[in-house]
Design a protein around this ligand. Structure first.
Ligand code: NAD
Length: 399
């Protein structure tokens, strides 16, 4: 029987919820490209409840224990003496979410002698050293598409929020003011602006579709060209380099995975090629950006605003410059863990576990690494290597 270690974020400071704001979730059957939602044999949770925190247990305990497996759930994941480190020795499967990632470094993978699979309950498996997983024959799987649309909604919200100067204006209300000039001195319309996405995969394409009705001019950069019909439908301009896209865009949004090719793609040199006063929205991964270069670009006015929910490492120590830089609209990493998204990725994680234990193939679209190489979405969207270096800094976070 297997031991499964599941690393989840802490419960709310007010305790695990007893009631919720809404009674149900809309029922979705397919994602926009026709892919079906997760199809486990069953679920042991109520969709719309908090599943991603420690007490929610991704709704997995009943299923795993009734099949004779051991489930350890913890939020303790960083620094010496963490529960994750203690339990790793004989773990067969490690599950975590990108919001509160279990950094599965080469050193941890080496120590976990029985480890067979690492599951990302969500999308984005850069918190695992994919090279080390390949070298040790460990499978890496994630729940592709489970929260892509959730993130795209967040990108649309943050784009409007920055361009229209929403957050500082809201602050004037809380302060009891009526400071219209202070609010609007940095407020613009999105209409007519050039908006570009770095990557037009599931999230990037959805962002283009959500923003199209604002009568903006749309641009994209991706390793792969979108179908001509889509380019025509959205009147897209395709770019083959980051500089070519950033030179013309008023809003740039990052929607590619973090891997050795994309790490720190936004740095002092690439920021110098942005239009002065551009807005940068990054809900993909913090490490796509050089954090000091972003803060400096906001200070100098090269960027007019920066918003996103992803940082490096996570959780992020109190002295991280993005907590304090001007004109930012950062949140903790939340865009892909709405209650709606949690129901999908909890079911998807259950589906992956059922396949694993029943000896059935895991869906190709859920695979990142298998059989010692990049597979499935991993082969399509990642490049081989490791992007976890520096993750030990997460131990400096004091909750
Ligand atoms: P996807 O696999 O559908 O799309 C990724 C796209 O990135 C692909 O089209 C790929 O060709 C492109 N790409 C890869 N490397 C590139 C490069 N060097 N230059 C240009 N394009 C490149 O994945 P998705 O569902 O759209 O998710 C994308 C990423 O968003 C995830 O890997 C993850 O890091 C992040 N994400 C964040 C959250 C969140 O909660 N903030 C949730 C889900 C995903």
């Amino acid at each position: 029987m297997a031991k499964i270690v599941c690393v989840l974020y802490d419960d709310p400071v007010t305790g695990y919820p007893k009631t919720y704001a809404r009674d149900d979730l809309p029922v979705l059957e397919r994602y926009p490209d026709g892919q079906t939602l997760p199809t486990p044999h069953g679920i042991d949770f109520r969709p719309g409840t908090l599943l991603g925190s420690v007490s929610g247990e991704l709704g997995l305990r009943k299923y795993l224990e009734s099949n004779g497996h051991e489930l350890v759930v913890t939020s303790s994941k960083d620094g010496t003496g963490s529960v994750l480190d203690r339990e790793l020795e004989d773990a067969e499967i490690v599950i975590s979410q990108p919001f509160w990632p279990a950094y599965m470094t080469a050193e941890r993978i080496r120590r976990a002698k029985k480890l067979k699979m690492i599951v990302t309950a969500g999308i984005g498996s850069d918190h695992t050293d994919l090279q080390a997983a390949m070298d040790h024959g460990v499978t890496v799987a994630e729940v592709t598409y489970c929260n892509s649309n959730s993130v795209a909604e967040h990108v649309a919200m943050m784009t409007l929020s920055l361009v229209r100067n929403y957050l500082p204006s809201h602050q004037w209300v809380l302060k009891g003011g009526w400071n219209i000039a202070d609010c609007v001195a940095r407020s613009y319309d999105l209409e007519g602006m050039h908006v570009g996405t770095v990557a037009a995969g599931r999230i990037g394409l959805r962002v283009l579709r959500l923003l199209n009705p604002f009568d903006v001019k749309l641009h994209y950069l991706d390793r792969y060209r979108l179908p001509e019909t889509v380019e025509r439908e959205l009147n897209l301009t395709h770019h083959t380099s980051l500089d070519s896209l950033t030179r013309v865009c008023d809003v740039v949004t990052l929607n590619c995975p973090l891997h050795p090719e994309t790490e720190h793609m936004i740095n002092a040199k690439s920021l110098a090629n942005f239009k002065r006063g551009a807005y940068l929205i990054n809900t993909a991964r913090g490490k796509l950006c050089d954090r000091d270069a972003v803060a400096a670009a906001l200070e100098s006015g090269q960027l007019a605003g920066y918003a996103g929910d992803v940082w490096f490492p996570q959780p992020t120590p109190a002295d991280h410059p993005w907590r304090h830089m001007p004109h930012h609209g950062m949140t903790p990493h939340i865009s892909g863990t709405s209650l709606s998204a949690q129901a999908r990725y909890a079911a998807g994680t259950r589906e992956i576990l059922e396949c694993y234990f029943e000896g059935r193939p895991i869906r190709e679209e859920y695979l990142i690494v298998q059989g010692g190489r990049l597979a499935g979405v991993g082969a399509h969207s990642y490049s081989a290597g490791n992007a976890t270096s520096g993750s030990e800094e997460a131990a400096r976070f004091k909750g």
